[in-house]
Design a protein around this ligand. Structure first.
Ligand code: PMP
Length: 401
């Protein structure tokens, strides 16, 4: 049975992370995987998450019974409120609800499968470039075509809005358009408000379907509300949509797989049918989601004191990242490294799309043990005050090489 199976390409980000872990050279620096690290280079359990975990552990009314197929509803409501804003008209009118899924990936998968199977939507568009898993998820969910729309102008190091608009205009009606809600991965560059207006207008005009992916709410500006601006604007425009939310990064709950798919419809009458069909999609995937992380997120979002502590933790993470952006740019400019480096501080979120080429990346890994992705994407969280100068010097030597 198995003799014809050929080996697949390794998943780059995990492969590079493993190379880093296996590396014995003490100079090594890990700028690969999209996870937060402290100044000491350690993973961070948010203090408020730790507090919530202690409360859960002390609660002897809790047990390990299955959750409902669509998840822990109070969590779904809190997650939906976080992204749409508790005062959203769509919520007040009963037109928006959440379905608990396995982190951002599971939310994308459940949403994509629903659109493909139940709505018969078969053509999707992702940004060029995008997070690599989008392609795989939409293909495996039954989409016949996963096309690209222009996003990044690598010469100008900014969004190619004219190319983007032209591609959405040329796309067949009722295409599914996947948009990063904030902190675009990998470019770190989001559309301006004016550009979002144009995108929404075109989606409406061409009767496309909006699929938002928001995996970094809070990481773009440090304010989770401001980071949801584009999604809220689309809702105000009366667009129907699904929104895949991940709580991996903004709660540091990577391996707990906490996610929510928020669904916004025009007419609340359709919701019972959607829920019943979505139950079957999920039943055949993971049947019902895990409870632990969802209970933590629910407790934190609904307790005003905890919520404030969470906002503070987001500030801590996003400001450390901003400091590292400024630090590496300054070192590169002080070294007089050829090229311009202002894009590093213009970009937002966890990542910077450095503009380094695949050859330069290879050189950095081989000669300096600085690990990053071959498209030049770095996770700023891998930098700290102790290694940033080393990394800048490594970039400098590489660029001049
Ligand atoms: N979307 C984007 C753009 C991402 O970068 C990520 C995480 N790398 C995800 C979704 C989902 O991640 P997870 O399944 O871990 O929540």
């Amino acid at each position: 049975f198995f003799s014809e199976v050929t080996e697949a390409q390794p998943i780059e980000v995990f492969y590079m992370n493993k190379l880093y872990l296996d590396e014995t050279d003490s100079r090594k620096v890990n700028l690969t995987i999209g996870a937060y690290r402290t100044e000491e280079g350690k993973p961070w359990v948010l203090p408020v998450v730790h507090e919530a975990e202690k409360r859960l552990a002390a609660d002897d009314t809790l047990n390990h019974e299955y959750l409902p197929v669509l998840g822990f509803e109070p969590f779904c409501n809190a997650a939906r409120d976080l992204v749409l804003g508790a005062d959203s008209l769509a919520i007040q009118e009963g037109r928006a609800f959440g379905v608990q899924c396995l982190s951002g990936t599971g939310s994308l998968r459940a949403g994509a499968e629903f659109l493909s199977r139940l709505l018969g939507l078969k053509t999707a568009y992702v940004s060029d470039p995008t997070w690599g898993n989008h392609n795989l998820i939409f293909k495996n969910s039954g989409f016949e075509a996963v096309n690209k729309y222009h996003y990044w102008d690598s010469t100008k190091r900014q969004i190619n809005i004219d190319g983007l608009i032209a591609d959405l205009e040329a796309a067949p009606e009722k295409s599914v358009i996947i948009l990063h809600g904030c902190a675009h991965n990998p470019t770190g560059m989001d559309p301006t408000r004016e550009q979002w207006h144009k995108i929404a207008e075109l989606i409406k005009k061409k009767n496309h379907f909006t699929f938002f992916d928001i995996a970094y709410q809070g990481f773009a500006s440090g304010d989770p509300d401001a980071d949801a601006w584009a999604i809220r604007y689309f809702v105000e425009q009366g667009l129907e949509m699904v929104v895949a939310q991940s709580f991996a990064k903004n709660f540091g709950l990577y391996n707990e797989r906490v996610g929510n798919l928020t669904i916004v419809v025009k007419d609340p009458k359709v919701i019972p049918a959607i829920k019943s069909q979505m139950s079957l999609v999920i039943r055949a995937n993971w049947s019902n989601p895990p409870a632990h992380g969802a209970k933590i997120v629910h407790m934190v979002l609904t307790n005003p004191d905890f919520r404030k502590q969470w906002f503070d933790a987001i500030q801590t993470m996003s400001s450390r990242i901003r400091e590292m952006r400024a630090a590496i740019r300054k070192h590169l400019e002080d070294l007089g490294t050829p090229g311009k480096w202002d894009h590093i501080t213009q970009q937002i979120g966890m990542f910077s799309y450095t503009g380094l080429t695949a050859n330069q990346v290879e050189h950095l890994v081989k000669e300096h043990k600085v690990f990053l992705l071959k498209d030049g994407r770095i996770n700023l969280c891998g930098l700290n005050t102790k290694n940033v100068e080393y990394v800048a010097k490594a970039f400098d030597e590489t660029v001049r090489n």
